[in-house]
Design a binder for this molecule. Structure first.
Ligand code: FAD
Length: 375
């Protein structure tokens, strides 16, 4: 199709929506993008981006900028809760030429995406009210009172997607028995790379994210739900006291003024991501537990593959079929590995730690190997 003539609405200006806007713009299509938030926020915590995420960012001309704003990560260290090393993965030997692994503050990734040269404008503070479809177009009613017709409406509106609610009756959303607390502190010198400390039902991940900051993610898994997700700094200090290694330095850096983000982890699994002229991408289509750190990578790859399919296929129906054929096996693999890693996490610690000591590098490589191929 001639992308310059297509009318596309992207709902949501997160990683998926901004990446899609830029991918389309590079092929001559200026989409409309709406974002429900009235302004940009510098809130949020850290994100870890494995090599395939940086390769996808390279296709948008953004890899160097993201690496400059973040921190390059050379190793992933898996330890028991006392900080004893079980396995260390040399990331260069796994990802090779695919791309470096980088950790970054989420707000910095967003700034890099939205400040790209010629980035399409975003209509802030606007959301979707209704979506109806005919054979020829999708008709949307927006919260600013406008009504518009589009060739394609893309729901890039995250795990709580309105497009998914309107088109798929909110199918596919599942709670996982996981709860997480995240925060960013000034980076202690002891935190030089990605490390996770694992106890029986809890883990503590630490990683530098650039700009002299470190990101920490503490979770609970497979237990009874916590009475409340809200957690005080004092209580978090107590939780961190169960861990040694880098957690000790994080405890010292964690002060009352630090913003703690709490989340009950959910996933989205759908048999189909599209209906008529509406398509879901990113977390709206396939949110998952964060243990593979593939959320941003999958969202940006979705954007690149959709843009390819739009330019290669003769119509929207053929585009959406080609897109599903290319994306479903890869996203399905990541979802399956995510479930497998969650199961490994929940093995008895003696068994899990032994497995990681003996086969940690091999297990890591096998989980990510298919992602070395181009999406
Ligand atoms: C605890 C945790 C840790 C994670 N860690 C990592 C990690 O280390 N690495 C990684 O790659 N991924 C990680 N992820 C996953 C990652 O955050 C997501 O996969 C990624 O943000 C998905 O991007 P998205 O654009 O699809 O959705 P979002 O980032 O959620 O963006 C959706 C956007 O749409 C907007 N929106 C929502 N509804 C509407 C509406 N009705 N109208 C208009 N706009 C709307 C929202 O305001 C938002 O701006 C983690 C997730 C969790 C929960």
């Amino acid at each position: 199709m001639n992308l310059g003539q297509l009318r596309i609405l992207i709902v949501g200006a997160g990683v998926a929506g901004l990446a899609l806007g830029q991918a389309l713009r590079r092929r001559g299509c200026i989409p409309d993008i709406i974002e429900r938030n009235a302004g940009w926020s510098d809130a949020g915590t850290g994100m870890y981006l494995p090599g395939n995420a940086l390769r996808a960012l390279r296709a948008l001309g953004l890899d160097a900028e993201v690496e400059k704003r973040g921190a390059r990560i050379e190793t992933q260290r898996f330890c028991d809760h006392r900080g004893r090393l079980l396995s260390e993965v040399n990331l260069g030997s796994v990802w090779n030429e695919t791309g470096p692994c980088v950790a970054i503050h989420r707000a910095d990734l967003h700034v890099a995406l939205r400040e790209m040269k010629d980035a399409p404008p975003v209509r802030m503070g606007v959301t979707l009210v209704s979506l109806t479809q005919t054979a020829e177009s999708a008709i949307v009613h927006l919260s600013d009172g406008s009504r518009e017709r589009y060739d394609l409406v893309v729901g890039a509106d995250g795990i709580g997607s309105s497009v998914r609610r309107l088109v798929f009756d909110d199918a596919g959303l599942r709670a996982l028995k996981q709860w997480g607390w995240r925060f960013v502190v000034p980076c202690p010198p002891q935190i030089a790379t990605w490390s996770v400390l694992m106890s029986r039902q809890s883990a503590c991940l630490t990683v530098p994210v650039g700009g002299g900051r470190a990101y920490c993610y503490v979770d609970l898994m497979g237990t009874e739900p916590p009475k409340s997700l809200a957690i005080s700094t004092d209580r978090l200090q107590e939780v961190l006291a169960d861990f040694a290694g880098p957690a000790i330095a994080i405890r010292e850096a964690l002060e009352g003024s630090v913003a703690i983000h709490a989340a009950a982890i959910e996933e989205v699994v759908l048999d189909s991501w599209s209906l008529g002229r509406a398509l879901l991408v990113g977390d709206a289509a396939h949110a998952m537990s964060p243990n593979m750190a593939q959320g941003a990578a999958m969202a940006i790859e979705d954007a690149l593959v959709l843009t390819d399919c739009l330019s290669e296929q003769p119509g929207i129906g053929a585009t959406l079929s080609a897109y599903a054929a290319r994306r479903r096996p890869r996203v399905g693999w990541v979802q399956a590995m995510t479930h497998r890693r969650d199961r490994i996490r929940q093995l008895h610690p003696t068994l899990r730690n032994g497995l990681l000591r003996l086969f940690g590098h091999r297990v890591y490589r096998s989980h990510y190997r298919p992602l070395l191929a181009e999406p």
